[in-house]
Design a protein around this ligand. Structure first.
Ligand code: PHE
Length: 356
């Protein structure tokens, strides 16, 4: 039987070497998992420091306690280094996290694309604001309307030639007997809805989208806005309409301007007029924009026809009223000198961004 020849110095030297290697590996551990691995390798039950103790029996008895305390000292040193490294790794991780989450308040902000109201809506709001000052309240009617309200209730029976004034898009779907749906060709049917819902005095403003089966060109679009106005009371006259419209023109264009009524025709008003404003571009001298007439037409209007009042449930002997209808796009065109109504629906940002 051979006894392993071993002495304290050589074991102590191995111990020192193990400890130093452990300390190096601890310093190199880049994350907690790597550190755990080093810890188990040196300090674990089967760790290398413990396994050196297997030499214990081969040592002379008086050397054994010294090996024991040398091993303890080595373990303590490694243990302390592991704890220290663990704290360090944690604080490094925190630093990294903070750096990742940090905001640099000195960076210039990213520009946010800012939208704006579509020019048609913008002008609608402005018209509503002006009439609001005269006590008008905004009402809205449906875009898909009945033939009954769009035409018949407005004094335009089936097969009446006046229907030719409006190129209509009908809706192909099931409708109750004797009824037809269409995309409203004007906002005038909302007049009836308001009369049915409210008793005079009535002051209503009815903006909304309208549709016509148009041959589209620079001044005709198949989809456009209208703003309808309706005022009904006892003793309402055309003079009230004229006064109101003159005030409207002054507010819309910034100062009073000459205006005029011309005779017009609508089946649902009698008498009917076209309302003109002195040309904004040539001040009446005559230019290409006003067809050399010096005037620009901005709306159609008239006294509400007695048949229409009666259809709305009002007594035409007692009440009179006026109604008007204007095209906000046309007004925006006058105001901003826009020459083609199609630009309103083109969705071209180069056009739209000019109205911020
Ligand atoms: N509804 C008419 C149109 O679309 C305009 C109008 C409204 C005329 C109210 C008179 C009264 O042309």
């Amino acid at each position: 039987m051979t006894t392993e020849r071993i002495d304290l110095d050589s074991v102590a030297a191995q111990l020192a070497e193990l400890r130093d290697r452990a300390l190096l590996e601890i310093a190199d551990a880049v994350d907690p998992t790597a550190l755990d691995r080093v810890e188990t390798a040196y300090l674990g039950k089967k760790g290398s420091i413990k396994s050196l103790l297997r030499h214990m029996p081969a040592l002379p008895a008086e050397d054994r306690p010294r090996l024991g305390s040398a091993a303890n000292a080595a373990q303590d040193a490694v243990d302390a280094a592991v704890s220290e490294r663990r704290v360090r790794l944690e604080s490094l991780a925190l630093e990294v996290r903070l750096a990742q989450e940090a905001t640099d308040a000195t960076l210039p902000g990213r520009p946010l694309p800012r939208g704006s109201l579509h020019p048609s809506l913008e002008i609608n709001r402005e018209i509503a604001r002006i009439f609001g000052q005269f006590g008008f309240t905004v009402y809205e009617g449906p875009e898909v309307e009945t033939d009954e309200l769009n035409f018949q209730a407005l004094n335009i029976p089936d097969d009446h030639p006046a229907r030719d004034l409006w190129d209509t898009m009908y809706v192909a779907n099931e409708a109750p007997e004797g009824q037809r749906y269409l995309l409203r060709t004007h906002t005038s049917p909302t007049q009836i809805r308001v009369m049915e819902q409210q008793k005079p005095p009535i002051r209503a403003l009815m903006p909304g989208r309208c549709f016509r089966y148009e041959a589209v060109d620079a001044s005709h679009q198949f989809e456009f806005f209208q703003v309808e106005g309706l005022m009904i009371d006892e003793g309402t006259t055309l003079a009230h309409l004229r006064g109101l419209l003159d005030q409207f023109v002054a507010a819309l264009f910034g100062s009073p301007r000459p205006t005029r009524f011309r005779p017009g025709y609508y089946p649902f008003t009698e008498p009917s007029v076209a309302f003109d404003v002195q040309c904004l571009i040539c001040d009446g001298a005559g230019c290409p924009a006003c067809g050399r007439s010096g005037w620009m037409t901005i709306l159609g209007a008239g006294m509400v026809h007695p048949n229409v009042l009666a259809r709305g449930g009002l007594d035409p002997e007692r009440y009179q009223g006026f109604a008007f209808g204007m095209g906000p796009e046309r007004i925006a065109m006058l105001r901003h000198d826009i020459h083609d109504i199609r630009t309103f629906l083109d969705n071209d940002l180069r056009f739209l961004e000019q109205f911020r």
